[in-house]
Design a protein around this ligand. Structure first.
Ligand code: BG6
Length: 483
């Protein structure tokens, strides 16, 4: 197979929080894969920056272990790994003080791209940004990468944006939402805008409703302290589900370029109708037999934080008028499955008699696992016995359809980090987008707080709380099975 990998320009990537969980689990293993594929040039450097008093070799050893543990996609080849690790350096830095900054400044090359990854708590973003400026590192060649959570409401997001934009231009700020780096999420845009056949049907005239599901089997064990202050609404809906909704609902951008795409996404978020209280269901997983409850995992016996949310919403514009969007996400559910289902309207008239017109066409886009698409269509059941109709899925599981090419799918993080180096912001959230998303979610969260809402319990391993079923059943519709 001909390699289509184009090496990026030389860079220095500085990871604040370089010894942390994200660096060990995602960033370094991702970079190693890009290195193995030939995309990371040999004169690129990765500089870990953290408080720990480590030497360069200690850091390289630490990352050797991390890559061996977390790089699940391939067998680590030691010779390759040695060359990669030689590109790593480390500086002990106090991001709230002056220690280490002169060492860091001396290490960074001024004649290449400088990317600063803020893999630290958002409370430190301002400290780092202003010190980068003070040490002459906030140059036009610099770009910064910030992780979610980007604030916990509109006000804090605005403050964060103000803190960062005091030192950097918007085109230097890369706000990561790793869902946008997933191959199938990008495929949503390819499917919608690379094919003629969907666009004429992609509107209220033909679509009955849309379901977006991100179901997880994992709980919050190990992350309880963070999660208990966030809940599913802040952790998943405000960012990942919102981004999926935007890609499904946005108008075709004039070009596939950062601002054209982000302008269209912003219009969708701004067109979302405020959500009525009875169109939201919060849930929390409950213990079953030997399985922990949410409260056990979060180590907070009185927690009212939600580990599940289901929402019915609308987009108030011409294209989507009257089409409900049902969103749901939750932890410790029966299966790990992320899917977007476009459910088309019923036939206006069936020529085959009453019983045949009930099934609707469904375009289901499976984001993970088993990435692919199916289109449920009606056909004649083969054989004698009259005109009996059956419904079958036209199946396009990408791994089958693409064969050897499907193995190339990069992990979300590696794709996004390479985009940072390339200077491509298409798959990153712009400041106004993040603020608009909080503006929509804030009133929902505030309403829960005001009335001390108690989440509905659901069993570990179930499909979610009963009330979430009622949310859609009331409209004469059903959730798709989580499997
Ligand atoms: C993260 C959330 O952003 O996304 C986690 O903080 C969640 O709570 C995770 O589990 C899901 O990501 P993925 O890629 O496993 O679907």
């Amino acid at each position: 197979m001909v390699s289509r990998v184009i090496p990026v320009d030389p860079f220095d990537l500085i990871i604040f929080g370089g010894t942390g969980d994200l660096a060990r689990r995602k960033i370094l293993p991702g970079l190693f894969r890009r290195f193995c594929s030939g995309q990371m040039p040999l004169n690129a450097r990765i500089i870990g920056a953290a408080r720990a008093d480590l030497g360069k070799v200690d850091y390289q050893d630490m990352m050797r272990n991390a890559i061996s543990e977390f790089d699940t996609n391939r067998n680590v080849e030691n010779a390759q790994l040695d060359i990669f690790l030689a590109q790593l350096d480390y500086v002990s830095v106090d991001v709230r003080g002056d220690d280490g900054w002169s060492d860091l400044a001396a290490l960074i090359r001024k004649d290449c791209i400088n990317a600063y990854y803020f893999s630290v708590s958002p409370g430190l973003f301002g400290d780092i940004a202003s010190r980068l400026n003070a040490w002459g590192l906030a140059t036009p060649k610099a770009r910064i990468v910030v992780e979610k959570p980007f604030g916990r409401d509109l006000e804090s997001a605005k403050n964060l944006n103000a803190v960062l934009s005091a030192q950097f231009q918007e085109n230097q700020i890369y706000r990561i939402d790793h869902y946008l780096g997933k191959e199938t999420v990008q495929n949503l845009m390819a499917v919608r805008f690379g094919n003629l056949l969907f666009e004429p049907l992609w509107n209220a005239q033909y679509i009955d409703h849309i379901q977006i599901t991100v179901a997880e089997t994992v709980g919050v064990g190990g992350r309880g302290t963070y999660y208990d202050k966030s809940g599913a609404m802040r952790d998943m809906v405000q960012n990942h589900l919102m981004q999926l909704l935007c890609l499904i609902a946005m108008e075709p951008p004039s070009h596939f370029d950062p601002d054209a795409v982000r302008d269209e996404k912003l219009k969708v978020i701004r067109s979302l109708a405020p959500v009525e209280a009875y169109h939201v269901v919060r849930g929390q997983y409950d213990a079953t037999l030997a399985k922990n409850s949410y409260r056990d995992d979060a180590e907070n016996p009185r927690s009212f934080t939600e580990s599940y949310v289901a929402i019915k919403t609308h987009i108030e514009n011409w294209r989507w008028s009257g089409v409900p969007f049902y969103l749901r996400t939750g932890k410790k559910l029966k299966a790990r499955s992320s899917e977007i289902a476009i459910v088309f309207k019923k036939l206006p008239h069936s020529i085959f008699g009453k019983s045949s017109d009930e099934k609707q066409n469904v375009l289901a886009i499976q984001l993970q696992p088993n990435e692919g698409m199916t289109l449920d269509v009606t056909i004649k059941e083969p054989g004698p016995g009259g005109m009996r109709l059956i419904h079958v899925p036209l199946d396009m599981t990408f791994a089958d359809a693409l064969g050897e090419h499907s193995e190339e799918s990069p992990d979300a993080y590696e794709r996004l980090i390479m985009d940072v180096i390339r200077g491509d912001q298409t798959l990153f959230m712009r400041g106004d987008e993040v603020e608009a998303a909080w503006k929509w979610t804030d009133p929902i969260i505030k309403a829960w707080e005001t009335r001390n809402d108690v989440p509905k319990l659901y069993d570990v391993g179930s499909a979610g709380p009963e009330d979430a079923m009622a949310l859609i059943h009331r409209d004469g519709r059903r959730w798709r099975e989580v499997k």
